[in-house]
Write a protein that binds this ligand. Sequence first.
Ligand code: GDP
Ligand code: MG
Length: 437
Amino acid sequence: LSSKLQDTFKKLKGKGKLTEKDIKEATREIKLALLEADVNFKVVKSFVKNINERALGADVLKSLTPGQQVIKIVNDELTSLMGGQPVKLTYSPKGMTVLMLVGLQGAGKTTTAGKLAAYIKKESKKVLLAACDVYRPAAIKQLQVIGKQVDAEVFADTEEKNPVVIAEKALKYAKEHFYDVVIFDTAGRLHIDEALMDELVQIKKSVTPDHIILNIDSMTGQEAVNVAETFNEKISLSGVILTKLDGDTRGGAALSVASVTGKPILFAGMGEKLTDLEIFYPDRMASRILGMGDVLTFIEKAQADFDEEKALELQEKIRKQTFTLEDFKQQLSQMKDMGSFKDILEMMPGAGKKALKGIDLDEKEFTRSEAIINSMTPEERNNPGIINANRRKRIAAGSGTRVQDVNKLLKGFEQSKKMMKQFSGLNNKKHGKFKFP
Ligand code: GDP
Ligand code: MG
């Protein structure tokens, strides 16, 4: 899968713009690659449809090639198909939490039972393992050995041949001994059959689990979908654990199982050791399926830079909106120093005579304006909205001017503010700074 996709993206790389034809070509190859990886065809179909829709309307980030943009979309879509965010194992608020592990023979149920016990014990909970596989030779012994390794007690009854009866006894024992969590290790078959499903339905009825968790070997491929679908139909799964992800797997199983059941993948088995259990991260799995770690890192960085740029732009805008009389005063004194500000403004690109219409930049007024602003309190300078009639009278008196002069200054300030906004708009469009002549 990975190398196939990589080839596809190499073809897209370096093109100026993503055309409809490009997307079609890319998604056709993605489709083939996923099918080759044994992802269920229904999953592939809806996946490709999503990619088509998203890629067509998408903006291409400045720093990415169109091909990289498609990779980002594919990666996001893979992540969301597998649940988006990691999902935590929850405990019953009523008291004891009952977990039931199901799956085909060799899927890793007994090993995972031990791994889960170790994981749950770390959360200071008392765990009981219940041995309900009476068919596989030495299955009970295997769980007892594992239980010893993780220091968890194992409930077993070697005399009893009916797994449903063992399950009932184990539940009773767990209640009497105040266990926080009990994990039922059940039997599997090489293939799904009626007898196995009936037995699991019986056990489910008698112990009413909080969680029924399907263990699935990530090497399973196409068959994974049928297994997950059947288990989900018959006993209604609450989640999935993907085992043997440490192997040389293509990862297609994760995608189809999550998509077909709509149930979260809780953990990934990462080896035979009982500590080899990891929380399942959909985004990491997506990267793994794509097999393009460094490209994805690059794309993430570009995205982060892009976000930062946006934040700075916003900051600048906010700054312009909160342009205060204090700023205005500074501007006025700068103007005084520069001489005829109007002449300078007229030379600036985008700021023709039209923009300056109605703004009186009489040199003599600068001094008067400064005096008026000096008579204002800091609060008034920062928030001119509060300057009512009374305040205007006081400011006029303090600066030796008339109320009309104060009004005129405030009007000039408002116009100046508007003008600044216009300029910042021009600035953004050109992606460049103004240059004074
Ligand atoms: P069960 O039949 O479903 O109970 O499966 P087991 O727990 O007996 O596991 C079958 C085999 O798979 C054993 O040899 C385990 O050591 C191995 N196994 C289980 N989980 C993992 C895993 O995450 N990684 C690897 N490499 N091997 C695993
Ligand atoms: Mg087993």
